[in-house]
Design a protein around this ligand. Structure first.
Ligand SMILES: Nc1nc2c(c(CN[C@H]3C=C[C@H](O)[C@@H]3O)cn2[C@@H]2O[C@H](COP(=O)(O)O)[C@@H](O)[C@H]2O)c(=O)[nH]1
Length: 364
């Protein structure tokens, strides 16, 4: 029976994400994907990606990602992407932010998570083994994710939620998949769409769904980046081979929207831009926790503005991907996303003028 025929007639998870993104973009009031900006951004991005020879090889070139594509790397990716959410700091200056130093280099944001995982492994803690993290005590995990200088720096954001997530995903992995994520990958039979579906079905913390104008929307940022990281780590070969990998969409986080705005592929209304600017200020001054917009402060997860930013980001990358394909180049949404995320991290000065939306949640 050909694989296609064995797929359910309904749409796959990544297809439903793209439908959600298009619906959000068509019904947004404060975030837009400008046609002119898309073609300009597509030309600029593909020019830069070609110049950089950007490919899946970049993934293992990062200092903290596994340098060998093996089963240990897959378990590392699973733990990291289970915890890959909400690193933005409420502290203005870097020296008070959550920091993990490894080989005398300080890491913050997403990379602080990777540094903490790698530090634990060097300290002999088997943090990527489900039998350990499924039942690890709070004290053990507080030690794994400790900041360099507890007296001066904030602790890792949402530490309670991260401990809960580790227990949840570890226990599911032990009961359903012999304690190894490679077994989930093998059961997906080289289908990225099926792997996303299995992850959101069996691991509740990956269920990144919301409601927008009365309709259920699916964004699945961490479930999709989990599949993408396995694919990139293995450069699409062996256990990282997925015959339908190009169905995966951009990962709706809070960093790539900045890069999309920078390249002119995403625009915010003046009201939203003003709100985001004032929120950064309010949260950094310790105000606005749980404030109800438009009171500047934390944006509740699922708020229309948050959904508009995330949905339009996915749709903007899809439009950029289409423009690049029309020009004859072949690059999927994953590589465009990875490139823009790396660009945002390498050019913080260009990102400062574009505020991020401050939401505390476990989805992205
Ligand atoms: N869309 C998208 N979001 C991504 C990533 C990554 C890490 N990927 C790297 C690793 C290997 C690849 O080659 C990439 O270079 C983290 N994030 C999200 O960003 C936020 C953290 O930001 P900050 O606080 O500034 O560190 C947070 O929501 C986190 O979930 C990505 O690639 N795409």
């Amino acid at each position: 029976m050909p694989v296609a025929a064995s797929l359910p007639l309904s749409k796959t998870a990544p297809e439903r994400v793209l439908d959600s993104a298009q619906f959000i973009s068509q019904h947004s009031k404060d975030v837009f994907v400008p046609d002119a900006g898309i073609s300009k951004a597509a030309q600029e991005i593909i020019r830069r990606m070609k110049q950089a020879g950007y490919s899946t090889k970049e993934w293992k070139r990062h200092t903290l990602t596994p340098s060998v594509a093996d089963s240990a790397a897959i378990e590392w990716i699973f733990v990291v992407d289970a915890l890959n959410f909400s690193f933005w700091s409420s502290q203005k200056d870097a020296c008070s932010q959550y920091t993990v130093t490894l080989d005398s280099k300080p890491y913050r944001g997403y990379w602080s998570l990777c540094a903490a995982i790698n530090r634990a492994q060097r300290e002999g803690k088997d943090i990527t083994r489900a039998a350990f993290y499924a039942y690890a005590s709070r004290e053990e995990l507080e030690h794994v994710f400790r900041t360099d200088d507890p007296g001066r720096q904030e602790e890792m954001p949402l530490l309670d939620q991260r401990i809960e997530v580790l227990h949840q995903v570890g226990q599911v992995l032990l009961t359903k998949y012999g304690g190894k994520f490679i077994n989930v990958v093998k059961q997906s039979q080289k289908s990225a769409a099926r792997l996303v579906e299995m992850v959101v079905r069996d691991f509740p913390c990956f269920r990144d769904t919301h409601e927008f104008l009365g309709r259920k929307i699916e964004l699945y940022k961490r479930a999709q980046i989990l599949v993408a990281d396995v694919w990139a780590c293995f450069e699409g070969q062996g256990d990282g081979q997925f015959d339908d990998i190009d169905c995966i969409t951009m990962f709706a986080d809070y960093r790539v929207p900045q890069a999309l705005c920078h390249f002119g592929a995403l625009e915010y209304s003046p009201q939203l831009m003003e709100y985001l600017r004032q929120s950064e200020q309010a949260v950094r001054q310790g105000r606005g926790d749980g404030a109800q917009p438009p009171e500047p402060g934390l944006l509740p997860s699922g708020h229309p503005w948050e959904v508009e930013i995330r949905g339009n980001s996915i749709w903007a990358v899809e439009r950029i991907r289409q423009e690049i394909a029309a020009s004859g180049a072949n690059v999927n949404a994953i590589l465009i996303d990875f490139y823009m995320w790396d660009y945002a991290k390498a050019h913080p000065e260009s990102m400062h003028s574009i505020p991020i939306h401050l939401t505390r949640c476990i989805y992205y």
